[in-house]
Design a protein around this ligand. Structure first.
Ligand code: EPU
Length: 418
């Protein structure tokens, strides 16, 4: 079993280029199925969730080529409509293939998706919306058999909660539906607008008249395109947290500051200087010890992102002050807390609320990552801790972070995988 060995309390200083966004590339790769043509996608992060997505695309009959961080998908010869259970279980975002297969080949047979265990992750909104578009869905023993004989029909769909995945599935499903689909109360995450930009560049007609609404006029066919994935805002926040616990000075290239608008003030209030006037980049300079007396409530975008909760909590563990986290998106997203306690943190959890009393020092020990962002939190804490931290459960990190240890090593961390 591999482990990350971090010798903490070293100052991070230097430059890191932020990878392309995991939560953009996954739905965009799935959506490329709808084009039945060649799509050239730049700035793809080389992470295991992308590998899983490519396995699914290959299984369905797509040709895949690489050129550095560019992936070329050719979906002309799709020959299947089913996805093996094992691939579906590897990640939550595999559910987006439901809308993509329906839009592309008119039917799909897939099992329920897996992904990080963050509490119950139902797909009722996906199913309900797709049914409203006219999809026939038979569900039994965890298998969904879906067909749209006669095609999907545009309609008005209002989501009961702005779910990211349901929004993506419904956008992809409706780009070739007959007539007009109006989606309201949709998720507004930047990754959604990246998907919309990709589909429009493939010939889709998607308009965004105002906050939380999309109007999709169905078109007969899409065509191939070339697209560049937006930067990964959560990777950026992870490195900012790492800087904050190491008296760091990091220059992060490939950052869209508006995408982390709810997070930057948190670092500023913690005493960090965040320079954002540099085009597509950001510099963070941390104080000797961050101070933190704050309430952080995770919310749908543009609120504070749930994916940033764990790395920012790791930062708050070492800060001067008390912070309160309220996790409003997922019911079980504090699995990193038990591991942070092993490192000497002072955190109390009651339901969706976690109270963190900052301590002066954490000290290294063996910890286990249990989900992707929790893993990132342990890396941040390990970098700030005295002594040696050994982190197991690295498959979680590899799902979402490209070159994490190389990036950190290049700015002065002592971190290696054994
Ligand atoms: N929900 C339902 N029913 C549904 C869909 C969602 O009850 O049909 C609930 C979920 O259980 C959850 C909440 O709605 O409590 C939000 O879920 P959402 O559908 O928005 O999340 P997701 O699409 O499953 C994506 C990201 C997550 C990120 C969330 C929230 C991808 C591949 N995943 O998940 O990313 O936390 O949106 O922003 O885009 C990560 O990157 O570590 C990660 C988990």
């Amino acid at each position: 079993m591999s482990k990350l060995i971090i010798e903490g309390a070293r100052r991070l200083k230097g430059e890191i280029k932020i990878q392309g966004a995991k939560n953009s590339i996954l739905p965009i790769l799935a959506a490329s199925l709808v084009t039945r043509a060649e799509c050239v996608i730049h700035n793809c992060p080389m992470i295991s969730d992308v590998e899983t997505t490519l396995k699914i695309l290959r299984h369905l009959g797509c040709g895949i080529k690489f050129d550095g961080n560019t992936i070329i998908v050719n979906s002309e010869n799709i020959c299947k409509n089913n996805i093996p259970n094992l691939l579906m279980r590897e990640m939550r975002s595999s559910i987006i293939f439901l809308g993509a297969l329906i839009s592309s080949v008119g039917s799909a047979e897939i099992s329920l998706p897996g992904g990080c265990e963050l509490g119950p992750r139902p797909i009722d909104m996906h199913i309900e919306g797709l049914r409203q578009l006219g999809l026939r869905i038979n569900e039994g023993h965890g298998i969904l058999k879906c067909s749209n004989e006669g095609g999907l029909e545009g309609c008005n769909i209002s989501l009961s909660f702005p779910s990211v995945g349901a929004t993506e599935n419904l956008i992809i499903a409706s780009v070739r539906a007959r007539g007009t689909t109006v989606l309201s109360n949709i998720a507004r995450e930047p990754e959604i607008m990246d998907l919309v930009g990709f589909l429009n560049s493939c010939g889709a007609k998607i308009e965004s008249p105002g906050e939380g609404t999309l109007i999709i006029e169905g078109v007969k066919n899409l065509h191939g395109t070339e697209h560049t994935i937006i930067p990964d805002r959560i990777a950026a926040v992870t490195y900012m947290s790492a800087a904050a616990v190491t008296v760091g000075d990091l220059f992060l290239k490939n950052v869209i500051k508006d995408h982390i608008g709810a997070v930057i003030p948190v670092f500023e209030e913690a005493g960090c200087t965040v320079e954002t006037d540099i085009k597509n980049s950001l510099r963070i300079i941390a104080p000797t010890r961050p101070y933190f007396n704050r309430m952080i409530r995770t919310m749908p975008y543009p609120g504070f992102p749930t994916d940033a909760q764990a790395p920012v909590m790791a930062m708050s563990c070492l800060a001067d002050g008390t912070s309160v986290f309220v996790e409003n998106i997922f019911s079980n997203r504090y699995k990193h807390v038990g591991e942070l306690l092993r490192l000497g943190a002072d955190i109390k959890v009651e339901g969706r609320v976690a109270v963190v009393e900052g301590v002066k020092r954490l000290s290294g020990t063996e910890v286990a990552a249990m989900d992707l962002r929790g893993a990132a939190a342990l890396v941040v804490a390990g970098l700030g801790a005295e002594g040696i931290t050994k982190i197991s459960g690295l498959s979680h990190i590899d799902r979402g972070y490209e070159n994490l240890e190389n990036n950190l090593e290049s700015v002065g961390a002592s971190i290696k995988r054994v």
